[in-house]
Design a protein around this ligand. Structure first.
Ligand code: ZN
Length: 368
């Protein structure tokens, strides 16, 4: 009985450490469906190579993570610390390694790529404070927790060990891109390949016909092709086909499907209406879709990347984080765009969005 209790206590302590010290536990604050982990009144002690850190501001808890003032750690870790007031970013630098954080941004930038930073870099009493675990990851230094002493130690001489992520059962996210193929499609495919992240591309027929190589590349790299109609004609001022008739809409889908089939030898079943399903795709439309073997996939989590002016990559990541928290979504279908116009911000935001989704326990899959 005593041994069982001991094991249970150890399990609780380990879970607590994973959640609080590293932010890696499945019961992080991004998962409202999971009961909240107990939060200790004070964060653990932090040392660098066993030496206590002299803090500008003591570490504190924020969104379930241990957060520390960046500047206090720069010196013991042997990094230079520089605030760029024009770019509004703080950069830690040592040799070729440079990592930068911006106030209230959930991303840090390393080697030109944006990464999920766990929590927004918080400004407290004029000091920029970031997640300790994500800082260790960013700088690639080891972070170990001793449950006996309750101390977290950083060792700059040893590399960071990523904590294995456990996907949450049933939590599946679907990343989707609309309106391509387009000039930003290759860069998006490069990021997806780097992360081995599958996505669904809802193509418009005419640009697909003009870029058969891109259609083939999307499919060859393990993504799904979706049907976003032949012409994307949905402007209400143009007496939209969608409002005109079911037959006109089906003809638009069939036209796009034919082009994709001619290029890639596959029929598309996943479809998305230009501008979204509601309120236009009534039951009459849905019935006709079903009869043709099509499935309509509306999104339920938009990154807002088609808005004008364009949101920043930070705003796109925030939109996803907030939508998934507030909506308690187990199966988010995330809307992004690779066409018709430029979507540089989407390319920049994508890596951190993928990292966030996996951090929050989602498995990524394609729509079919
Ligand atoms: Zn569209």
């Amino acid at each position: 009985m005593r041994a069982t209790t001991g094991r249970a206590l150890t399990a609780v302590l380990v879970a607590l450490f994973l959640t609080l010290a590293t932010g890696a536990g499945p019961a992080n604050s991004a998962s409202p469906a999971t009961p909240a982990a107990p939060v200790p009144p004070v964060p653990p002690k932090v040392t660098v190579n066993g030496q206590p850190v002299s803090w500008d501001l003591p570490p504190f808890m924020f969104e379930g993570l241990v957060v520390v003032p960046l500047k206090s750690l720069a010196e013991p870790l042997d990094y230079t610390y520089q605030w760029d007031s024009t770019a509004r970013r703080t950069t830690l630098k040592r040799g070729p390694r440079a990592v930068s954080f911006a106030p209230w941004s959930r991303r840090y930038i390393a080697a030109g790529r944006g990464h999920f930073a766990g929590v927004p870099a918080k400004v407290v009493e004029g000091r920029l404070c970031v997640s300790l675990r994500f800082l260790a990851q960013a700088l690639d230094i080891s972070l170990t927790f001793d449950p006996k002493t309750g101390v977290v130690d950083l060792d700059p001489a040893r590399p960071y060990t990523a904590v294995a992520r456990k996907p949450r059962p049933g939590y599946v996210a679907y990343i989707t891109f609309d309106d391509g193929p387009a000039p930003d499609t290759p860069a998006i495919l490069d990021v997806l390949a780097e992360y081995r992240a599958p996505a669904t591309f809802f193509l418009i027929g005419w640009p697909a016909k003009a870029q058969p190589g891109m259609v083939k590349r999307i499919l060859a790299e393990g993504h799904a092709l979706g049907n976003h109609t032949l012409s994307h004609a949905h402007d209400p001022k143009q007496a939209s086909w969608r409002l005109r008739s079911v037959e006109a809409y089906i003809a638009e889908l069939d036209g796009c499907d034919r082009i994709i089939f001619d290029i890639a030898d596959v029929h598309t079943t996943a479809t998305r209406a230009p501008g979204g399903s509601g309120p236009y795709l009534t039951e009459e439309f849905q019935k006709a879709l079903r009869e043709r073997g099509y499935v309509d996939y509306m999104w339920n989590a938009s990154t807002g990347d088609s808005a004008w002016p364009r949101p920043t990559p930070d705003q796109m990541l925030d939109a996803v984080v907030e939508r998934l928290w507030n909506g308690k979504l187990t199966n988010p279908i995330i809307l992004m765009h690779d066409g018709v116009s430029k979507h540089t911000q989407t390319v920049e935001a994508l890596s951190a969005i993928i990292e966030y989704l996996r951090y929050a326990g989602y498995t990524l899959e394609i729509l079919e």
